[in-house]
Design a protein around this ligand. Structure first.
Ligand SMILES: Cc1cc2nc3c(=O)[nH]c(=O)nc-3n(C[C@H](O)[C@H](O)[C@H](O)COP(=O)(O)OP(=O)(O)OC[C@H]3O[C@@H](n4cnc5c(N)ncnc54)[C@H](O)[C@@H]3O)c2cc1C
Length: 489
């Protein structure tokens, strides 16, 4: 029997699990990922890209260029019958990053290979038992891993979520789709098509294979689909199956929409699809999961390293559950707008007209891009709880971008006022003090121009947890709340 200990074990090495693994490793935590697949090769591509805040989060770790080098950038996203222009979003990345999930996972796996993350490939988590000091993680090969904390990043059917007894309330499926990647003997018509049953899409992939998504006439959620099911669906929609053969992937997804009642049960936490599932309209799932990981990683690291009390972990649910709930509603609305009947068409037409107006467009793209996220950190400067913008700063060592300061996943106190005005005291080992100047405007998504703060305390995930107004008032409390007890701890 294998009995190995790790401070944190992550079940599932998809996008959420890999991001969390990277965050924990950067924070110096002993972390292992248990992944059922024998390697990172994917049979098929679900996601076709991710949104602005996700590429910003990757930019904060210095790896954004790896994804951008392989991506197609889309400066507008579909909404109803219109396209929402993103070009005026106040960010360095005003676009949807179009890149297949297989590429995303390969790039993430290459990044992980540079970090001290242990990966058990071809290894399945089959059960868990929580004890006072940790979690015993049972594996399909009969072995056991002892973990201080276990994070379920094991997808929508999450065994970890079920074994931890976490409820998954929501809405049952009202529609199901088949998805397949295969070869054809005749060239099918590429593009999207809508009919009474829903949306159908055919894409020709770079290697000549086709990617097919069809809406089924009847909702099916049970048995795994076969290539014959896809052929029949193609005939029903297009009048031909185009000689479909040699599938690399056949699968089904639905518009079932559910969210974990709690993202934490003791020493077990959930992130990514394990915590929320929804219809893929709007392309949000992977983004949500990567950002869950960005929120949880540094908090879990500080708890594991004894810097912060366990209660810091409760802020993970408090912050990320509302974000997930909002996106779930957004995707339910987008899914409903794909129905085809005269009344829905009328509604979609009306809503699309409104979405073309500047203010509604701006609202919608700041939500879909993830730039409108505001964690409830109380009243104060408009930056509080919002993402730190990526400013061009000037320091005595030369120019630097704010996101470059976050590459090592450590908190930063950015002093933009008089040099020496702020003192970190015993937090100086934990938080990095950067003295800089910034001459430009502070432009935030939704809010526009806001008053310049004299200093900001930035969490490792890039969210502002204190903003100064010329004095140090509240700084000590913020440091203690987020980064341990400091002078007295
Ligand atoms: C058709 C379609 C299109 C989509 N398009 C987009 C898009 O454009 N943009 C977007 O952001 N999202 C999109 N999504 C959603 C996106 O694919 C998912 O949200 C994303 O993959 C979730 O990542 P994850 O890491 O949470 O889970 P997963 O990607 O499901 O990864 C879970 C991992 O856990 C492993 N695993 C499972 N159980 C165990 C176990 N017991 N033990 C060990 N390992 C286990 C699995 O092998 C897998 O590697 C789409 C989804 C679909 C279906």
């Amino acid at each position: 029997m294998r009995w190995t200990e790790h401070a944190v074990v992550i079940a599932g090495g998809g996008p959420a699990g890999m991001m969390l693994g990277a965050e924990l490793a950067l924070a110096g935590v002993d972390v292992a990922i248990v992944e059922r697949r024998p390697d990172h090769e994917l049979a098929g591509n679900r996601a076709g890209g991710f949104h602005t805040r996700t590429i910003e989060v990757l930019d904060q770790r210095g790896v954004a260029d790896r994804f951008l080098a392989e991506a197609t950038l889309h400066q507008a996203v579909p909404f109803g019958t219109t396209m929402l222009d993103m070009r005026d979003l106040p960010t360095r990345h005003p676009y949807f990053v179009g890149i297949w999930q297989a590429q995303i996972e390969r790039i993430m796996a290459d990044w992980l290979a540079e970090l001290p993350v242990r990966i058990y490939h071809g290894c399945e988590v089959t059960g868990l038992a929580q004890v006072d000091t940790g979690v015993d993680v049972a594996l399909a090969d009969g072995g056991t891993l002892r973990a201080g904390y276990l994070v379920g990043c094991d997808g929508g059917r999450s065994l970890v979520r079920k074994a931890a007894g976490i409820a998954f309330p929501g809405w049952d499926a009202t529609r199901s789709n088949l998805i397949a990647e295969a070869r054809t003997t005749e060239e099918p018509p590429a593009g999207m098509r809508n009919d009474a049953s829903g949306v159908h899409a055919i894409q020709i992939l770079d290697d000549g294979r086709v990617r097919i998504v069809t809406t089924e006439r009847e909702v099916r959620t049970g048995a795994a689909p076969t290539l014959d099911d896809v052929r029949a669906a193609l005939v029903a929609v297009y009048g031909s199956d185009f000689g479909l053969h040699d599938p690399t992937w056949v699968s089904r997804f639905t518009d079932a929409t559910r969210q974990a009642a709690s993202y934490r049960a003791g020493r077990v936490l959930l992130a990514g699809d394990a915590a929320h599932v929804h219809y893929p309209a709007g392309g949000q799932g992977l983004s949500l999961g990567v950002q869950d990981a960005g929120n949880l990683g540094w908090k879990l690291a500080q708890v594991v390293r004894g810097i912060s009390p366990e209660s810091l972990l409760d802020t993970y649910h408090a912050e990320r559950h509302p974000v997930g709930a909002r996106i779930l509603r957004h995707t339910m609305a987008l899914g409903a707008m794909q129905r085809r009947d005269d009344r829905t068409d009328a509604l979609v037409g009306l809503v699309s007209e409104l979405a073309e107006l500047d203010e509604p467009r701006r609202r919608l793209v700041t939500t879909s891009s993830g730039l409108d996220i505001r964690y409830d950190l109380g009243e104060g400067h408009p930056l509080l709880g919002r993402r730190m913008p990526d400013l061009d700063l000037l320091t005595t060592e030369g120019p630097v971008r704010t996101y470059e300061l976050l590459h090592d996943a450590r908190p930063v106190l950015l002093n933009l006022g008089a040099p020496g005005a702020l003192d970190l005291g015993t937090w100086s080992g934990q938080v990095r003090l950067v003295q800089a100047t910034y001459a430009g405007e502070w432009v935030l998504p939704v809010l526009g121009v806001v008053p310049a703060p004299s200093a900001v305390l930035i969490r490792p995930d890039g969210y502002v947890c204190w903003a100064g107004d010329g004095s140090e008032e509240g700084l000590g409390d913020a440091l203690a709340a987020w980064f341990g007890m400091g002078p007295t701890g």
